[in-house]
Design a protein around this ligand. Structure first.
Ligand SMILES: [Zn+2]
Length: 102
């Protein structure tokens, strides 16, 4: 079980979601990475885990329109392209942190 972040901030001008973990570690997730890695069933095959969403189809000027906490285990992100079914659990974010471009 991953502890919930102590803070989540959307930095719209940088298109970055800044997540501060309880151990003070900060991960800065580019919106495009989060959108591309959306774990919902229409973006990713539930059985194979294969990505269905094409990265090229994501708009470069993507904005985050909303964040909805889901219990204490996840956050639901609503994007300016109208997509809002992606639930990002803290585990998912921790895993995605390894894919943040340096
Ligand atoms: Zn999705």
């Amino acid at each position: 079980m991953t502890d919930p972040p102590s803070n989540i901030r959307a930095l719209q001008s940088e298109q970055v979601l800044e997540v501060t973990w309880p151990d003070s570690h900060v991960d800065r997730f580019p919106y495009l990475l989060l959108r591309a890695e959306c774990p919902c069933a229409s973006c990713r095959d539930e059985w194979t885990g294969e990505r269905i969403l094409r990265a090229e189809s994501i708009r470069a000027d993507l904005k985050l329109e909303g964040m909805e906490p889901i219990g204490t285990y996840a956050v639901q992100l609503a994007w300016s392209d109208g997509h809002s079914s992606g639930l990002f659990t803290w585990e998912t974010l921790r895993q995605l942190a390894g894919q943040i471009p340096a």
